[in-house]
Design a protein around this ligand. Structure first.
Ligand code: DC
Length: 208
């Protein structure tokens, strides 16, 4: 069974995907981490994330980079959003994601284009959304907890910028597949969001 979970940054899709993977006993791939690694590698190479050639060179990152906590930073997220607009970068990362989706038994993948491009054949597609305010509050709490100095306004502004870039890029923009179940987590806490996602998957798979 392939479960595709897409949605914007801080919508709750990562938490939901991990919980779905644990509940259904499936491996999970956070595809955003791959784009973050590319962005980080471009930075380490001294390249320009807006230059297609430099961004493509960043796809040759070592697997060890995926373990680096720096990928969780806002800076890496912003670099990821910039390198992800290049079709050559998306193409270079396609096979790795597709192979993960196709493994025997299935998988949960989360990202922006899983239900539309990577696994249009997914058994269940969730599109997780939340208001910018709710997402900024969550991100602020998470970052304050890590001791990062930032303001709610700065975070909200960054989220809007990234939404704009992810939604308006030509290649594989952030958008719900026509057959996706849209889950709005704006007013849900973590447990309620997970419960709603499990229910949505179970309803989509009545025979299980
Ligand atoms: O999910 P995230 O915040 O870690 O993703 C970081 C960036 O990577 C996001 O702004 C857009 C890009 N991305 C993408 O283009 N396609 C994906 N499947 C996952 C992430």
């Amino acid at each position: 069974m392939i479960i595709a979970v897409d949605g914007p940054t801080a919508s709750g899709k990562g938490t939901i995907s991990k919980a779905l993977a644990a509940h259904f006993g499936l491996p999970h791939l956070d595809t955003g981490l791959l784009y973050r690694a590319v962005g980080r590698q471009v930075f380490l190479n001294g390249g320009d994330p807006d230059c297609a050639e430099d961004a493509l060179a960043g796809t040759e990152f070592p697997d060890s980079l995926l373990e680096d906590d720096i990928l969780r930073d806002e800076g890496s997220g912003s670099l990821a959003s910039r390198v992800s607009i290049h079709p050559s970068v998306r193409k270079a990362l396609f096979e790795r994601q597709r192979a993960f989706a196709e493994q025997p038994g299935g998988a949960v993948l989360d990202g922006r284009d899983i239900g539309t491009v990577i696994a249009p054949d997914a058994d269940v597609k969730l599109f997780v959304i939340a208001s910018v305010d709710a997402r900024a509050q969550r991100r602020f709490a998470e970052m304050s907890g890590r001791g990062a100095e930032t303001t709610l306004d700065e975070i909200a502004e960054d989220l809007r910028r990234r939404d704009e870039r992810d939604t308006n890029r030509k290649d594989a923009p952030l958008k719900a597949a026509p057959d996706a179940f849209v889950l709005d987590t704006s007013t849900l806490d973590k447990d309620a969001a997970i419960a709603a996602a499990i229910e949505a998957v179970e309803q989509a798979l009545p025979s299980r």
